[in-house]
Design a protein around this ligand. Structure first.
Ligand SMILES: *Cc1c(COP(=O)(O)O)cnc(C)c1O
Length: 453
């Protein structure tokens, strides 16, 4: 397919017909999209034949790396056997059942039920409906409000974007919808001010209790949060944050939704971020690494007590045509088999993540870097004008400049404002991490040469 047109032809066709997600159409039209044509391992190739190290694993999802034939074979086999059937109205099929069982085996203790969806956003739509339905069954229908966090990300559907706390998204189309409240995020580098990280972490956690009391426990259904904010800029909470949140949640009858769409399936070196932080969620939305992005699929892993309550509530009038899609389920099953049999999560914990983090810290001495932080297979660099005062650049688009240098040098690193982030495939080797670090430093140098005078 890729040989039929030139890059300019792809770009022109794209401009004429394709409305791409999260894109400024005028800008994109003027510049032309980068056309990615194939991939293998941790590398992509574009239509000009450039090889690019994908330090973002697509969008945080290609955990087992590109080019795994077993996943294609699993899809092919399933398409021939049963390409589609649904789970509506009391039917089921082997791939969805086997997958729910496989997920229950790796999920935290006591979370052995799964509701399948087509994506992470849909998973959070399911969360919104499920938690309200749950409290209604319990005879407490006033418990409807869901507390999320500013700069959290839970997807791009109406419910997902409302639960998330992205201001730019809220401004387009009157979001959030009613019944959703947001509290401060535990982003010490950006918002910690004069507080030390631990004091700031406690302050941010206490905002949850303040909000619960303000809204009234009798009106709050759930608190939703990512273990580590991904799209918000790989924000790793201070160590004091999660323990304090857990103390607060223990005092109130409120469901805890831990959005595992990024952290799930090995990103932190544990199967789930909840296990890394010792959280005890009631619901865990999943997607991305569930299929390593080879095919769309999401879901919500549900605590047994919640599932038991749902069982008492009659029919749950909710579901998607593609909930538990057999081809997606077959791919997810094969993906989990690969992660388990090749001990990829264990290797991340014992070998690759410690190595990545050790090398990542070396970037802290770069003149442009105010903080180099990371955890598991996640990393962030705060680009600043002044390392000592954490003073930012103003209106220079330094993050986007750096990102351009990355593309130009064969590296994909994402920019969130002036925060550069990575989330490489979990199968990246130490030698490839070395290659990545060389490229990162080169791009930082090129950016610094432009903006630090
Ligand atoms: C990506 C993401 C989502 C949304 O998933 P989609 O599959 O893009 O709908 C939800 N939550 C988190 C934490 C995410 O990173």
């Amino acid at each position: 397919m890729t040989q039929h047109r030139t890059t300019a032809e792809w770009q022109a066709l794209s401009r004429e017909h394709l409305l791409a997600p999260f894109s400024d159409y005028k800008q994109l039209g003027a510049k032309g999209a980068r056309i990615v044509t194939r991939a293998d391992g941790v590398y992509l190739w574009d239509s000009e034949g450039h090889k690019i190290l994908d330090a973002m694993a697509g969008l945080w999802c290609v955990n087992v790396g590109y080019g795994r034939r077993e996943l294609a074979d699993a899809a092919h086999r399933q398409m021939l056997e049963l390409p589609y059937y649904n789970l509506f109205f009391q039917t089921a099929h082997p791939p969805a059942i086997e997958l729910a069982n496989a997920i229950a085996e790796i999920a935290p203790e006591g979370m052995s039920h799964v509701f399948f969806t087509g994506s992470g956003s849909e998973a959070n739509d399911t969360v919104l409906r499920l938690v309200r339905h749950y409290w209604a069954i319990k005879g407490q229908p006033s418990k409807k409000v869901i507390i999320g966090r500013i700069n959290g990300y839970h997807g791009s559907t109406v419910a997902g974007a409302s639960l998330g706390g992205m201001q730019a998204m809220h401004e387009q189309g009157d979001l959030p919808i009613p019944g959703i409240e947001h509290i401060a995020q535990p982003y010490w580098f950006g918002e910690g001010g004069a507080l030390d990280p631990q004091a700031f972490g406690e302050w941010a956690a206490n905002e949850l209790e303040k909000k619960i009391l303000e809204v009234g426990e009798e009106n709050v259904a759930a608190f939703i949060a990512e273990p580590i904010q991904g799209a918000g800029g790989v924000i790793i909470p201070p160590e004091s944050y999660w323990p304090r949140v857990r103390q607060i949640l223990a005092k109130y009858a409120i469901l805890f939704v831990v959005d595992e769409v990024i952290c799930g399936f090995g990103r932190t070196g544990e199967w789930f971020g909840s296990q890394y932080y010792g959280l005890e969620p009631d619901l865990m939305p999943i997607a991305k690494g569930l299929t390593s992005g080879y095919i769309p699929m999401g879901g919500v892993i549900v605590r047994d007590e919640v599932a038991q309550t749902l069982a008492e509530g009659g029919e749950f009038y909710h579901g998607y045509t593609y909930s538990g899609h057999p081809v997606a389920a077959a791919v997810a099953l094969e993906n989990i088999r690969i992660l388990r049999e090749e001990k990829i999560v264990e290797r991340v914990k014992q070998e690759t993540a410690p190595y990545l983090q050790r090398r990542w810290q070396e970037l802290a001495d770069h003149p442009l870097v105010g903080e180099a932080r990371g955890l598991g297979m996640l990393g962030a660099l705060e680009l600043v004008k002044d390392k000592q005062t954490r003073a930012r650049f103003e209106g220079q688009g330094v993050g986007m400049r750096c990102r351009e240098h990355c593309f130009g040098n064969g590296l994909i690193m994402r920019a969130v404002g002036d925060t550069m982030i990575v989330s490489p495939p979990l199968v990246i080797t130490p030698a490839q991490i070395d290659d990545m670090l060389l490229l990162v430093r080169k791009c930082l140098d090129a950016t610094a040469a432009e903006v630090l005078v």
